[in-house]
Structure formats: C-alpha cells, structure tokens
Design a protein around this ligand. Structure first.
Ligand SMILES: Nc1ncnc2c1ncn2[C@@H]1O[C@H](COP(=O)(O)OP(=O)(O)OP(=O)(O)O)[C@@H](O)[C@H]1O
Length: 309
C-alpha cells in the first residue's frame, strides 16, 4: 500500500477575490512532486498550507497519516523543511555559521558535516552576513541549511530562482540523492520545465486556483504527438475530421497539408493506413507543450496511487 506524506481533502483557501481549491491530493512518500502552474495559480499558497502558515477555510490536511487541529506538533514541524520564495529577514544579520548554530538547536537531526559539505560544494561564501549575500548565494545557503536538518518532507518554493547553471546542476543532483537515500518526499514549486523533467516523479498542475490534477511524469512524456498529413482543401479537411476522432485541433496549415495533435498516435497511424491517408511527418510533443495542452483542458491520464504507481 502507498504511504502518504500528505493528504488534502476538499481544501479551500480564499485569497481576497480569488479562491484556491477545492484541492484533493494524495502525495506519496519517497517521491519528488513538482508543483507547476502560471503566476498566481496558487502554488505558494498550497505550500504555505502544508506548513499551516496559511490556514484553509475548508477541508482537512493530514501529515503522515494524522490530521492536526491547531498548530503543527513540534515533531511534525521538525520533520518538514521549507525554503520559501523569499528568505526570512530574521536571519539576515547572521553569517551562515551563526544561522546554522541557531538551527542546530532546533533540529535534533542536524548534520553539521553534511551542511558544511553542501556549503563547500555550492561555494557559498562564509563569514559574511546572509543579508549581504547575492540572491543566488543566499538561495544556496537556504538549500544547504534545509537539507542539513534532515527533513522527511521538503517544501521548496522556486528553489532555483537566482542559481547559476553550475549551482542549478548541483541542486538537482543533491535533491535527487537526498530523496533516494532517505526516502524523503520533496514538493518543489517551479516554472522551469527542465527541472520538472529532470527531477519529478509526479506533476501537479494548478491553473487559476483550480487543481487540474496530478499525473505521473513518465506517463506524460511521449503522450502527445503533432502530425501532418496531406489534405487538399477545407472539404478534404472536413472529411478527415469526420474520419479521425483521435485527431484534435485539426486544421490546414499550408496548402495541401493539414496538422493535428493526438494523444492516441498508435490508433491514428492504424486509421491512416486503413483510410489511405498520407502521413507527411510527426513529432512527439515536449513536456512544456504537454503542460500547456493540459492547462488548455486536454487532461492526461491522471496518477492513480491505489493502482500501485
Ligand atoms: N497573503 C496574501 N494575501 C492575499 N492574497 C494573496 C496572498 N498571497 C497570495 N495571494 C493571491 O493568491 C493567488 C495565488 O498566489 P500564489 O502566490 O499562491 O501563486 P503562485 O502560483 O505561487 O504564483 P507565482 O508563480 O507568481 O509565485 C494570487 O492571486 C495572489 O495574488
């Protein structure tokens, strides 16, 4: 049976005129889950609710199988690591070493050697105040410090914002290794499709406050194709449309050639040969295009944890 790190049931958060939710989600332990969606879709709000920094108006959230009334108990709070979109000001006058000695007192599993190794690998300058660091240097400190506390659940709000490509690669490898070695659950909000492609086991898509679903990344990759076939004119296009229920967004692209997209390429290929339709070429859509199609309403097959994914 799949163990859940977090479960949300009918969770609704009202933000002025905007409503985030209802959100129903089961987030499995030991996986990396990417939270994607356009600006303002509710990603940061969802992460804040997972820490009880924002409280939903409706619904319930369970952490590691327990729902919690009031504040998060200290043992649950300590098992969650959070890198917010903007760093907290309270630590800005400290050096990395001073901030670490404070955090060390709060997190019993703090691993100083791991913290130091990550600072070295990221080349975070030491001896200067966090508030004086560049955005990327501060981000690297935050990632190192959150991992050193040994969380079971890691909430990362756009963690790579400000990182150079070298640091970005270290971050990707570090998170992957951390998840593999500790069976931790990592929820990462991001706009970077390459990050999703490299890291995510599952993808959650939010759009304008609504949850569009959670899908397995591997099921999404390769799910959609763009296909071009010969079609003389609009009359022939209408015939194609009637004969090819698997084809979506069918239109004449250039004289003599029609373009379509499909999530049922094999069925379509068979139909082409049955009907004598001449395929000119096809290509598999990339993840960015698939997420855009999903946002526009072309829902993929969603993850079904009970099926044992
Ligand atoms: N503290 C707040 N008070 C009122 N409204 C808020 C607050 N925080 C966020 N909102 C609103 O809630 C909606 C969701 O915001 P949120 O920050 O969760 O989106 P996001 O998906 O993380 O966006 P981005 O990609 O830009 O970081 C937005 O319309 C935003 O204006």
């Amino acid at each position: 049976m799949v163990r859940l790190a977090v479960e949300l049931r009918n969770v609704i958060k009202k933000r002025h005129s905007k409503t985030i939710g209802p959100i129903n989600l089961e987030l499995p332990e030991g996986h990396i889950i990417a939270l994607v969606g356009q600006n303002g879709s509710g990603k940061s709000t969802l992460l804040s609710m997972l820490l009880k920094l924002a409280l939903p108006e409706e619904g319930t959230i369970c952490w590691f199988g327990s729902s919690v009334e009031g504040e998060l108990p200290i043992e649950i709070r300590r098992s969650i690591g959070y890198v917010p979109e903007s760093p907290i000001h309270e630590e800005s006058h400290w050096t990395p070493e001073e901030a670490a000695s404070f955090r060390r007192r709060w997190y019993p599993d703090w691993d100083q050697a791991y913290f130091q190794a990550l600072l070295d690998e990221f080349e975070v300058p030491q001896g200067i105040r966090l508030g004086k660091m560049s955005k990327g240097e501060r981000r690297k400190f935050e990632i190192a410090a959150v991992l050193a506390a040994g969380p079971k659940l890691l909430l990362l709000d756009e963690p790579s914002s400000g990182l150079d490509p070298f640091a970005w690669r270290i971050m990707i490898e570090t998170l992957q290794r951390y998840m593999d070695e500790r069976q931790a659950t990592i929820i990462i909000s991001t706009h970077i499709v390459e990050e999703v492609r490299r890291l995510a086991d599952y993808i959650i898509l939010l759009h304008k406050g609504k949850l569009l679903g959670m899908a397995e990344k591997d099921a999404l990759l390769g799910a959609w194709s763009e296909v071009w076939v010969s079609a003389a004119d609009e009359a022939e296009l209408a015939e194609l449309a009637a004969e090819l229920p698997e084809a979506l967004e069918l239109k004449i692209q250039t004289p003599g050639m029609a373009r379509m997209i499909t999530s049922r390429m094999q069925d379509l290929e068979k139909r082409f040969s049955d009907l004598g339709i001449k395929k000119i070429r096809s290509r598999i859509l990339d993840l960015e295009e698939i997420l855009s199609l999903w946002t526009m309403g072309h829902r993929p097959e969603l993850a079904d944890l009970k099926r044992g994914d």
